[in-house]
Structure formats: structure tokens, C-alpha cells
Design a protein around this ligand. Structure first.
Ligand code: F6P
Length: 345
């Protein structure tokens, strides 16, 4: 990790280890300082037995350490581990007052912070404060096929097409069947017509977020890819070169969208059972966060219309299920170098 900081300009590294004694933390602090890295210690502290048991069953028995082991045996082993740690463990306290740290007590019942010195550290703390260990699901759907989708135009605020409306009618049953019970959901849409029309028959509480609006194509809003290639050939090529960072003139890049999605991601980390009805680019960004898709690939992912995606974030991975509505729709997917729509390869 230190080599990565030194030679590859690494920005934030996570050193996942049980740095459970003061001496060990001191050693880390000194070593990091030699390399001009500011350590931020994170301690998750718990004395709530129910919570600990829940966490062991939910998370630890599925961890790579216990792969293939009987869950009962894994639980017993993990409890033994805890006992061993208890013998040597020195919690973060006044002895560590010169360290930068955050101590999360009983999963965010209390958060103690010490010597937070920069913006990045405060963002990391904000992120940690939003994490929880509940077992919720996130549901994602693009809006139904729109009039602009039919003509291959980008952006805008058009209405749903006839088939898009069919999807809106079918969505409540699709969601209900996939949910499997009468669990309440909260539906988030963008402020654009096509997402609200798609969600209008869903019998759940709804919220509109400006942050969920489609990537702003600036001067290219309302154009087709072909028109963009003809009018702004250099921009068209530049976008293909680096689709994540390319920012439309007077508009946004994928990187900009990721930044504006921060409150959405935080709320998703806090809440359970949210259904998001949004747009191609925005959905790619949310999906990439949960599925760990790298930035050079995420803007090129295929997210078809008329498909409900279920994500189940768990400790070591996120499980995904796709439920197609079986209502035909145009493809809005453009391959690199192409101006026409639809997958060729
Ligand atoms: O074509 C539908 C759409 O949502 C457009 O409004 C948007 O500009 C585009 O997809 C984003 O996809 P891409 O980044 O692949 O151009």
C-alpha cells in the first residue's frame, strides 16, 4: 500500500487489519508519517450482544475466512476469536488523543471523532456515519420508453411512448411479484416527466430528486448521436476517448453526475427498500457504485429499457437479479465509435 502511495500517486488506501494495541497504532502512525500519509483510524466498537450475534450470523459466516464451513461451526470459531481479541484489545481513548480517529459505537448509536483535520477526512466520517447493517434491497429501473428514445434524441423532457406507458402499467405487478410480500417501498424519481409517468401507478410513497435527472448534454440536448458527430466531431471523438470524464459543452460528464449523486448514495446506505426510477447515465452510476464497476467501463454498460433490476448489497458482494417486463423497446445503447443505436457485437 505504501508503494502505491509513493509511486502511483494513491489517494486513499484502506489498511484492513486488527490494529488492536496502542503500540501497533503508534507504529503505523510513525511509518505513515515517514511516507507523508495521514492515517485515519477507524474503530467499530460494540457491546450490544444481540447486535454482535446478528452481525456474526449475517456477515461473518459468509466471509471468505469461513468459506464452505458449517455456519454453526463458523459462529463458534468467531466467538472464540472475539474472546482472544478481548484479552489484548486496547480501545481508542485518551491515550490516542494525538491520533486522527473515528470510533463508531454500536453501529452508529454514537460516533466519537478526534482530530479531524481536513476535508477528505470529514467526508470519510460522513460516509461512515451513513452506513448501516440492515438487509435491504435497492430496485432500479429506467423510465419506460420515451418519445425521444423513439427518435434517438438525447435528454429533453418528453413523454412516454405507447410502449413506455405499457411498461408503467406493468411495473406495479412486476415490483410486487419480485418483492414477494407486501413490504412497503419508497419510490424515487427524477424531476423529469418520463420517470414520473413511469412511476405513476406504483402504490408507494414517492419522492422527486433533481439529483436523479439525466446527465445534462448541454448544447447537445435534443440532438441524436449522428447530429452530434456532424456538428461537434471533435467532441464526439473526445467523448469516446474518455467517456467518464468528458463534459458536454454547457453540460455534464459522468464524473459530474457521480458527484451530484452523493446524497442519493448516502440515503441509499441509510434506508431500506428503495425503488429508483431514473435515466440511463444516472442508473449506470448508481449501479457501478454497488457493483464495483470501474470508471472506464461504467459509462459503457448496457442497461436496457423495460427491465427491473434488484440489487441486494451484502458485506462481501452485491447480488443482482434482472426482471425483464417483456415489453419491446428500442435500444438506446451506442457502441464506441458508432453513431447508430443497438449492440453490434
Ligand atoms: O438516450 C437516452 C439517454 O438517457 C440520453 O438522454 C442520455 O444523454 C444518454 O442516454 C446517456 O447515455 P450515453 O452516456 O451512453 O450517451
Amino acid at each position: 500500500m505504501l508503494q502505491w502511495f509513493d509511486r502511483e500517486n494513491g489517494a486513499v488506501g484502506i489498511f484492513d487489519a486488527t490494529n488492536s494495541t496502542r503500540a501497533r497504532r503508534r507504529w503505523i502512525k510513525e511509518l505513515m508519517e515517514e511516507h507523508n500519509v495521514d492515517p485515519l483510524f477507524v474503530e467499530s466498537w460494540s457491546d450490544d450482544q444481540e447486535l454482535i450475534m446478528h452481525n456474526i450470523l449475517d456477515v461473518k459466516t459468509g466471509s471468505p475466512d469461513y468459506e464452505g464451513m458449517d455456519p454453526e461451526k463458523a459462529t463458534k470459531d468467531f466467538m472464540e476469536r472475539i474472546k482472544k481479541y478481548e484479552q489484548v484489545y486496547e480501545t481508542l481513548d485518551e491515550y490516542d488523543s494525538d491520533l486522527t480517529y473515528v470510533k463508531v459505537v454500536n453501529v452508529n448509536a454514537q460516533v466519537i471523532i478526534n482530530r479531524i483535520q481536513c476535508y477528505l477526512e470529514s467526508r470519510i466520517i460522513y460516509y461512515l456515519m451513513n452506513l448501516h447493517i440492515k438487509r435491504g434491497c435497492i430496485w432500479l429501473s429506467r423510465h419506460g420508453e420515451s418519445e425521444y428514445n423513439l427518435t434517438g434524441q438525447l435528454g429533453g423532457d418528453s413523454n412516454l411512448s405507447e410502449r413506455g406507458n405499457m411498461y408503467a402499467h406493468k411495473l406495479p405487478k412486476l415490483v410486487k411479484d419480485a418483492l414477494g410480500d407486501d413490504r412497503p417501498l419508497t419510490v424515487w424519481t427524477s424531476t423529469l416527466r418520463r420517470t414520473q409517468q413511469t412511476a405513476r401507478f406504483l402504490p408507494y410513497r414517492q419522492m422527486q430528486w433533481k439529483a436523479l435527472d439525466e446527465l445534462d448534454a448541454g448544447v447537445c440536448d435534443g440532438m441524436t448521436y449522428k447530429e452530434i458527430e456532424q456538428t461537434y466531431p471533435e467532441d464526439f471523438r473526445a467523448r469516446d476517448e474518455n467517456k467518464f470524464q468528458y463534459r458536454y459543452r454547457g453540460g455534464e460528464s459522468y464524473q459530474d453526475v457521480v458527484a451530484r449523486l452523493e446524497p442519493i448514495i448516502m440515503e441509499l446506505e441509510r434506508q431500506d427498500n428503495i425503488l429508483i426510477v431514473t435515466h440511463q447515465a444516472v442508473l449506470r452510476c448508481i449501479y457501478a457504485y454497488f457493483m464495483n464497476v470501474p470508471q472506464d467501463r461504467s459509462p459503457w454498460m448496457e442497461v436496457p429499457l423495460h427491465t427491473l433490476i434488484k440489487l441486494e448489497p451484502r458485506a462481501y458482494q452485491t447480488f443482482e437479479t434482472r426482471v425483464p417486463a417483456n415489453i419491446p423497446a428500442v435500444s438506446t445503447y451506442r457502441e464506441k465509435g458508432q453513431t447508430t443505436l443497438g449492440e453490434k457485437s
